[in-house]
Design a protein around this ligand. Structure first.
Ligand SMILES: NC(=O)c1ccc[n+]([C@@H]2O[C@H](COP(=O)([O-])OP(=O)(O)OC[C@H]3O[C@@H](n4cnc5c(N)ncnc54)[C@H](O)[C@@H]3O)[C@@H](O)[C@H]2O)c1
Length: 257
């Protein structure tokens, strides 16, 4: 399946690795110009090289999503480099400590909330300012997808991680309803256990826990980052033109149980 994103401009946060890298590559393969944003420069530049070597167009901008000035500059990079902003995948996130609530540190709570929740709020704020200003009833909608998790829909994660990912769904619903009239659609994806560096690190620390979660996915395997990118590109395409304000599990059936 291919989607036509020719001439559109997209931002992907957390684009240096895992799910974000695959979404960035897919947006570019569908014809979009892509701003790859991440705190990790080397990986972000590698993503740009992968896109360019496949014939696509991309720019890396070093961005910490917890820093309002950096997020504003990230959005401005899309405007200055490609003339506007049509699509965003707000995907940067960390897992944080996996201990039970009473054993977690306040520093972990704050860091997970800052990156996973405040980071998405800041991205939405600056993206929506530009996306609404640029639409002006041109009949072409804008689309944003936030990365939540099965931990945004259930207790499948630590307290800080699950609270941040539930929060992402709340932000998604409010942003979708506030900006529907401005022709910007906002949805969330809720990945199950996906084979990325984040999960590889967890598996190295606690292999039994990952096996247990994979066993709770009826398809009985990990998902791939490409399978999340498939859902994100659909949500950002005209094929999803009547879809907004929803949180989509892409989880091998985890949330069906
Ligand atoms: N892999 C999974 O099983 C899974 C499941 C559900 C949800 N998710 C979510 O998917 C998203 C992507 O995760 P992934 O599995 O690809 O992990 P990953 O670790 O491969 O990628 C996450 C990226 O986010 C970047 N990042 C971290 N903090 C940042 C910050 N402050 N500013 C900008 N970038 C920052 C990292 O540098 C990294 O490149 C995360 O939000 C994660 O919570 C992953």
């Amino acid at each position: 399946m291919t989607y036509n994103l020719d001439g559109k401009t997209a931002i992907v946060t957390g684009g240096a690795s895992g799910i974000g890298r695959k979404t960035a590559e897919r947006f570019a393969a569908e014809g979009a110009n892509v701003v790859v944003a991440d705190v990790v420069t080397e990986g972000g530049e590698e993503t740009v090289e992968l896109i360019e070597s496949a014939g696509g167009s991309a720019t890396f901008v070093e961005t910490d999503v917890t820093d309002p000035d950096a997020v504003e500059a990230m959005v401005q990079t899309a405007v200055d480099t490609y003339g506007g902003l049509d699509i965003a995948h707000n995907n940067a996130g960390i897992e944080g400590e996996n201990d039970p609530l009473a054993e977690q540190t306040e520093a972990n709570w704050k860091q997970v909330m800052d990156i996973n929740l405040t980071g998405v709020w800041l991205c939405l704020k600056y993206e929506l300012q530009v996306m609404t200003a640029n639409r002006e009833g041109d009949g072409d909608d804008g689309a944003i997808v936030n990365t939540s998790s099965i931990a945004g829909l259930s207790a499948a994660g630590s307290s800080a991680y699950a609270a941040s990912k539930h929060g992402v769904i709340g932000l998604t619903r409010v942003a979708a309803t506030e900006y529907a009239a401005a022709d910007v659609r906002v949805n969330a994806v809720c990945p199950g256990v996906i084979e990325t560096p984040m999960v590889e690190q967890s598996a190295a620390e606690n292999p039994e826990e990952i096996e247990q979660f994979v066993g709770m996915q009826p398809l009985n395997r990990m998902g791939s980052p490409e399978e999340i990118a498939n859902a994100v590109v659909w949500l950002c395409s005209d094929e999803a033109s009547f879809v907004t304000g929803n949180a989509y599990p892409v989880d091998g059936g985890f949330t069906a149980l």
